[in-house]
Design a protein around this ligand. Structure first.
Ligand SMILES: Nc1ncnc2c1ncn2[C@@H]1O[C@H](COP(=O)(O)OP(=O)(O)OP(=O)(O)O)[C@@H](O)[C@H]1O
Ligand SMILES: [Mg+2]
Length: 485
């Protein structure tokens, strides 16, 4: 069906598109209001709708829903001004196929977009797959991730800023590379810079460059990233850590596309596309007044929130085979071992999983063919144990016959887990740590009490005496504390 519906309250837009598209053999209907749109939808069918998001009597997003409901196969292109890009992104989330910015700058591109949608050359899914494959990005089977990547793909070709949020190791950088690769900038440099890892002065000079003699040590003039990657993509990683002074300079670049080298006086122009990443919620950082609000709104035109690996645990087997293959390993995992992997909380997300698989292949390749629970790092076993305990927290602690051995392995795993948490501080809240300390206290006490009972041949009085505590306290530790937990 070659009918196109154009919805725009500006007459010139309707005229222009009718002229352009009828020339190409399409039949075009124009609506200038929400009401006219609904009327047309009642007695016509369309293969494509081009929809302005701001209409005097209707909200473009509501019309989009209406169109999708009445004509599920109708493709939709949102037409937007710069100030409404956020709405366009919203529309894509609601099922719009694409958006274009008004005023139309590249008519050829517009024609290509329209023809592609009509000829169903919308190989989006395949294209996304192969691009992702190219940058080593596993999307997985979960809808949340698929939507996220489709949105990333659709906005990749636009020059909008993108804010990527997600816990550490969720793949923020891989996603940024995917966006770069999916954009027309793919042959230009992609540069990532960690705003938290560099001193203020170094970050400034990395980004903006410096003139000779700008500061001690600036022996030569040096170009910064905004010059080197003027046609490329810059990933500002850990953006929340950026100092206020650099924030001001960055804001200026975003507003005017201009900057000066440190110590320089001549404004230079840049066309670098900016992607920002943060493991912290940047909006929250703004509320705590640690990040400029105006800069936040500039960066947050499109927000891509990558879910934690916990939320994608059904994809763990897929990740595991990917990492095994990457390590050229022919190991397999027993179902039980795989279940433990699925139930572990993965505070370090995909990075932690990748490292775990690499460690296992280094240790086990040639030794074994199948990984069983016994081969897994203790933190994974302990993590599972704690989870089960939290779920069954009304039940008393079960101790095994061999309490001492049990305690040893518990202590070992506990220590690993604690050190791991400390190294990965941002991903554990203190409540979790406190719970684990309680857990430790409880485990140690119970083991001592039980051991004393064994040594005293079951005589409580003697056992209490052995531990140098009152019988009352002994009973409390043995019974009530268990029950209370
Ligand atoms: N979807 C994925 N597919 C394949 N590998 C992934 C994926 N996500 C993450 N990884 C791998 O996990 C590791 C961490 O990814 P990345 O550096 O992108 O995370 P990050 O979110 O930027 O972490 P941080 O907050 O610590 O900077 C990398 O080795 C990356 O290759
Ligand atoms: Mg990163």
């Amino acid at each position: 069906m070659d009918n196109i519906l154009v919805v725009d309250d500006e007459q010139e837009v309707g005229n222009f598109l009718s002229f352009l598209l009828e020339e190409k053999g399409y039949r075009v209907s124009v609506a200038e209001s929400g009401k006219q749109t609904l009327d047309l939808l009642n007695d016509h069918k369309f293969g494509l709708a081009m929809l302005d998001v701001r209409l005097p009597d209707a909200n473009g997003l509501d019309l989009l829903k209406e169109i999708k409901q009445k004509l599920p196969l109708c493709k939709v292109i949102i037409m937007t001004g710069y100030s409404t890009v956020k709405t366009a992104v919203e529309a894509i989330k609601l099922g719009a196929n694409d958006y274009i910015e008004k005023p139309f700058e590249d008519i050829d591109q517009l024609e290509v977009q329209i023809d592609a949608l009509f000829n169903d050359k919308d190989y989006t899914e395949n294209t996304i797959e192969s691009l992702a494959h190219g940058v080593g990005f596993i999307i997985g089977q979960q809808a949340k991730m698929k939507h996220l990547v489709t949105l990333a793909y659709k906005i990749a070709s636009k020059n909008v800023n993108v804010l990527i949020e997600g816990e550490t190791g969720t793949g923020k950088e891989v996603l940024a590379r995917f966006i770069h690769q999916a954009s027309a900038r793919r042959d230009q440099p992609f540069i990532g810079i960690n705003c938290g890892a560099l001193s203020h002065a170094l970050l400034e000079s990395e980004l903006f460059g410096h003139e000779k003699g700008a500061f001690t040590g600036a022996v030569n003039q040096r170009s910064g990233i905004f010059e080197i990657a003027s046609q490329g993509t810059l990933l500002l990683d850990e953006i929340a850590e950026m100092t206020p002074a650099v924030q001001v300079k960055l804001l200026r670049v975003l507003e005017t596309r201009e900057f000066m080298r440190v110590g320089g006086e001549k404004p230079l122009r840049t066309n670098t596309r900016i992607l920002a990443a943060s493991h912290a919620n940047l909006g929250e950082t703004v509320r705590q007044q640690q990040f400029r609000e105006d800069l936040f709104y500039r960066l947050d035109v499109v927000k891509l929130q990558i879910p934690s690996l916990r939320e994608r645990n059904k994809d763990i087997p897929l990740f595991v085979s990917y990492f095994l293959e990457k390590n050229s390993s022919s190991l397999t995992f027993s179902d039980e071992a795989m279940n433990l992997l699925k139930n572990y909380s993965w505070p370090g997300n995909v990075r932690e999983l990748a490292n775990t698989v690499t460690q296992l292949t280094t240790l086990m390749d040639g030794e074994k063919t199948t990984i069983t629970p016994a081969d897994l790092p203790e933190k994974i076993i302990l993590g599972n144990e704690i989870q089960t305990r939290e779920k069954n927290s009304s039940q008393p602690v079960q101790t095994t016959d061999d309490d001492t051995t049990d305690l040893k392995s518990f202590l070992n795993a506990w220590e690993n887990h604690m050190i791991h948490s400390l190294e990965d501080l941002r991903n554990f809240d203190f409540n979790h740590i406190e719970n684990q300390i309680k857990e430790l206290e409880h485990r140690v006490e119970t083991t001592f009490v039980k051991q004393a009972l064994i040594e005293a041949d079951g005589n409580r009085k003697e056992a209490a005496h052995l531990l140098n505590i009152s019988q009352r306290k002994f009973r409390y530790l043995l019974n009530e504390k268990n029950k209370e937990d």
